[in-house]
Each structure stands twice: as structure tokens, then as C-alpha cells.
Design a protein around this ligand. Structure first.
Ligand SMILES: [Zn+2]
Length: 329
């Protein structure tokens, strides 16, 4: 039986159960938090994005518990460097709630790299990812299950290509799969796949996250034809694509027989310091996000899909079998 690393140890693949492949327990800017620890997060109470530092753990626990109550057994937690990865935090949330958390290694950047990485080549960067996969993350024995990288509006520029090649080489060396944040509006997906394949990564090891920010079926099928997985993984983030268009895309892809190539998730973050509270209030007032939580797949998306005709077998494929197949190769 293949095993998968979680923050509480290795588990048999058939123990993963119902899995949301892309949810964050916390995002933060680790550099800001390190330099200005008292001002990085505001201190209001009501909303998850306005919690005080000592409440962040409680909010993450609350959201994780809500997922467990809905039948979620495991999440993929793609919080990498520059999103404030902290596996000890993830472990505490997992122990408190029973939610299995599958952590990653990697770098989340759209263009910037610090001097440390500017002055190292892809093989040297891959070495760090391999360390996390084979030895453990941040001085623990918690091992990374997959490798995260990203391309966004600036496209696959020089720095991004370097990180992608490093991710690919670490994947080839270890067998760990890759999750690549993409931006369909900038057509990043095809180039990301091209780099991974050039480096010798097998297509079934590759997941192009956020493909569901597009409902251009030609774009999506173009990616699927290369043999990769796609993430329909930002339900609730209406700013990138409204909910109804996400659902229509999912249904169209299910009708075309792609249940075994798709992930449904929300890319939720229990807490984040990315925006000051007034900006978040403005974004929410403008409809940027609606029901954007770890709960949306089980509270809205799946019930609607069942009503529409999603079979039990398809649901099992989407929520149980696909995560195992991607994570274990
Ligand atoms: Zn994410």
C-alpha cells in the first residue's frame, strides 16, 4: 500500500478518504510577520480576516472542524514559502481537529525571488525541495507530499521558469507530484506544462491549479489533452469567475468524461494578512467572493451536482480516488 505524508505522519493512501485538494489553514507574509510581528494582522474579532494573532489558531481550528463535520477527512495544504508555511501550526490544527493535512514544499511567487535564489541554479533550489520531501520540513520529521510553484499575471518569466525547473527536477528525483498555480487569463498553463514535460516529469504527476478560473473549454481541454490534472479549485472566488460559470464548466467537463482528471476545491484561506480589513470589506461588498470557505464544496457544489445527476461513482472518483492517484503517482 502506497503511503502519503501528512503533518501527523505517514498514512496509507486508502486512509485519505474524502479529500479537498487545495485549502489553506493560514496565509501570511512571513517576512512582514518576522519584521513587524504586532502589526501584520489587525485586531477586530468578527471576521476571519480580522483576527488578532492569538486568535489565528482558533479560527483555523474552527474552519478545519467545520470541514470534518461535513465529512472531509483530508486536505491538501499548498501553503509554501512566501505564503507563510508553518508545518508545526498545521500539525497543531490537525491534532486538535482530526483533519488530516497533507503539506507541500515549494515557492509561491509570481516574479520576485530573493538573492538567495537569484544566485542559485535550479538544481540547487531542487535540493531544498528534495530535503523537505525526504528528510522533513522546518526541522521536523514532517515530510512534504507535493511541490508547489506558481505563474500568474507576469507570465512564465525567467525567475518563474527557474522555480518550475527546480520543482520539476525535485519531482523527477523523488516521485513527488507538482501543483502549479496558474492564471488562465494570462495563458500560463500550457507553458508550465511544457517546462515540466521537458524536464521529464510524467503528465499524471502534474496538477495545473486554478484552471477553473476559466470557462473556455478549448483552453481547458488543451491542457487535459496533455495528460495533466486540473484544479476547478476556486469555488466562491467570484472575482476570477462567478460561481454559476464554474458549475457550468464542471458539468460540461463531467459530461465529456473527465471526472478522473478533475479536482474540486475552494482555495480557501482560514486567515490571511494579504489585505487590510477595509480593503477586504470593499472587495466583499463588490462581490469578489461569496461563500468562499472550506465548506462550499460540501455545502453547495456537491449537493447541486448530485441534483443535476452526479453519480455516487463519479463523486467517489472526484473526492476520494483522484487525490490518491495524484499523490501516489
Ligand atoms: Zn492556494
Amino acid at each position: 500500500m502506497a503511503q502519503v505524508p501528512t503533518v501527523t505522519g505517514m498514512v496509507d493512501a486508502d486512509e485519505l478518504g474524502t479529500t479537498l485538494i487545495h485549502e489553506h489553514l493560514r496565509n501570511r507574509d512571513e517576512a512582514v510577520e518576522s519584521q513587524w510581528p504586532t502589526v501584520a494582522v489587525s485586531v477586530k474579532e468578527e471576521k476571519p480576516h480580522e483576527v488578532a494573532p492569538d486568535q489565528i489558531f482558533e479560527v483555523a481550528v474552527r474552519e478545519a472542524k467545520a470541514a470534518v463535520d461535513l465529512g472531509v477527512k483530508t486536505i491538501g495544504e499548498p501553503t509554501a514559502m512566501f505564503l507563510g508555511r508553518d508545518v508545526e501550526f498545521m500539525r497543531r490544527v490537525s491534532v486538535e481537529t482530526g483533519l488530516q493535512v497533507v503539506p507541500c514544499t515549494g515557492i509561491y511567487t509570481y516574479d520576485h525571488l530573493p538573492q538567495f535564489f537569484m544566485n542559485r541554479d535550479p538544481d540547487q533550489i531542487a535540493e531544498l525541495f528534495v530535503h523537505d520531501i525526504e528528510e522533513g520540513i522546518q526541522g521536523t520529521d514532517i515530510r512534504a507530499a507535493f511541490i508547489k510553484c506558481a505563474a500568474d499575471e507576469p507570465g512564465v518569466n525567467e525567475n518563474i521558469e527557474k522555480v518550475h525547473r527546480a520543482a520539476a527536477r525535485a519531482s523527477v528525483r523523488t516521485g513527488a507530484p507538482i501543483m502549479a498555480h496558474s492564471r488562465p487569463a494570462s495563458n500560463t498553463g500550457p507553458r508550465q506544462v511544457e517546462i515540466f514535460l521537458e524536464e521529464g516529469v510524467e503528465a499524471p504527476q502534474i496538477q495545473i491549479a486554478h484552471t477553473g478560473d476559466s470557462d473556455d473549454l478549448d483552453y481547458i481541454e488543451g491542457l487535459l489533452e496533455t495528460g495533466v490534472w486540473i484544479g476547478l479549485d476556486r469555488y466562491g472566488l467570484d472575482i476570477f469567475l462567478p460561481y454559476d460559470r464554474r458549475q457550468a464548466t464542471t458539468k460540461a467537463l463531467l459530461e465529456r468524461g473527465y471526472a478522473d482528471r478533475i479536482f474540486l476545491s475552494a482555495d480557501s484561506v482560514a486567515t490571511t494578512d494579504w489585505f487590510p480589513p477595509n480593503v477586504i470589506d470593499g472587495l466583499l461588498a463588490a462581490g469578489a467572493a461569496n461563500d468562499w470557505t472550506i465548506r462550499i464544496i460540501h455545502e453547495r457544489v456537491l449537493p447541486e451536482l448530485r441534483e443535476w445527476g452526479l453519480t455516487e461513482e463519479q463523486e467517489r472518483t472526484l473526492m476520494v480516488e483522484n487525490p490518491v492517484r495524484w499523490l501516489t503517482g
